[in-house]
Design a binder for this molecule. Structure first.
Ligand code: PAF
Length: 280
């Protein structure tokens, strides 16, 4: 496993790998690796001959400076973890390497960047699309891997790739959960003991809402989720929406033929956690 900081050097390695007939799997991350990331690497290792993991805490996707400051950075332990996996390259560029000029690269991501996360994290998806488009262009992988916990992010990335006529595979991998049901996230490390004890309520509530699907209307389910979360003294619901998994627009009736996914964001003091569940 080689750690590389510069685009040129990464591209030399990739071009050699390609010349020798190897397929390339890309796993973009912001580090603070957990089992969720490792599941992406395992999936990539099954499908590809040559794996590139990127670690870059991308400043342009943080709409809140404090959030960027506190985002966990465990670079040395990330490298130790990765050394147990068949990773060929860990790409760890600097900010200057990824953003050599002030100019912004923008995509028309509407309307899927205006709902759910888009309402609460202004500019977040523009930053995600910007950095992932650069990583895609730099590495031109055969397959790229993302977690389904960030369901809306995946839809944004697919849309950006379509705009750029990129036609390699973008693969969404299942959410990996703690034993208590909490979806794995780098942000979980920031939770206090009390918050850690409280956080599994998020998935429990999603499971319960799915169980209630046959007896409650869509708006009653939303009210149920709000009541369950908001009555916990450490939690506040930011949103819960049941949406069409392709358009990401709210579903208006259970009879709709759309695949329905319930997406949730919860605030625990300064920390924000997201999760989702399919209702079909
Ligand atoms: O999901 C993440 O960790 C980030 O949003 C990503 C896709 C690596 C882009 O910075």
């Amino acid at each position: 496993m080689k750690t590389i900081k510069h685009i040129k050097e990464l591209q030399e390695h990739l071009s050699f790998a390609r010349k020798t007939g190897k397929s390339i799997g890309l796993i973009p991350t912001m580090g603070a690796l957990h089992e969720g990331h490792l599941s992406l690497i395992k999936a990539a290792a099954r499908d590809n001959d040559f794996l590139v993991v990127t670690i870059f805490v991308n400043p342009t996707q943080f709409n809140n400076k404090e959030d960027l400051k506190r985002y966990p950075r465990n670079f040395d332990s990330d490298l130790t973890i990765l050394s147990d996996y068949p990773v060929d390259i860990v790409f760890t560029p600097s900010e200057a390497e990824m953003y050599p000029s002030e100019e912004k690269r923008q995509f028309d991501l509407s309307p899927i960047d205006t709902v759910m996360e888009g309402k609460f994290r202004s500019g977040h998806f523009a930053g995600v699309a910007e950095i992932v488009s650069k990583l895609f262009e730099i590495s031109t992988p055969d397959n790229a891997y993302f977690g389904l916990k960030d369901f809306q992010q995946l839809a944004i990335i697919r849309k950006m790739a379509k705009i750029l006529n990129m036609n390699f595979n973008i693969i969404g991998c299942p959410i990996i959960r703690e034993k208590n049901g909490l979806a794995m996230s780098s942000r979980n490390q920031l939770l206090t003991g009390e918050q850690q004890a409280a956080a599994p309520l998020i998935y429990k509530t999603l499971l319960k809402s799915k169980e209630l699907k046959n007896s409650l209307s869509l708006s009653e389910i939303s009210a149920f989720v709000k009541e369950q979360i908001d009555r916990h003294p450490l939690m506040q619901l930011e949103y819960f929406e049941i949406v069409d998994d392709v358009s990401l627009m709210p579903v208006t009736s259970w009879e709709s033929p759309a695949n329905k996914i319930g997406c949730i964001a919860v605030q625990l003091d300064e920390i924000r956690l997201i999760d989702n569940i399919y209702f079909d």
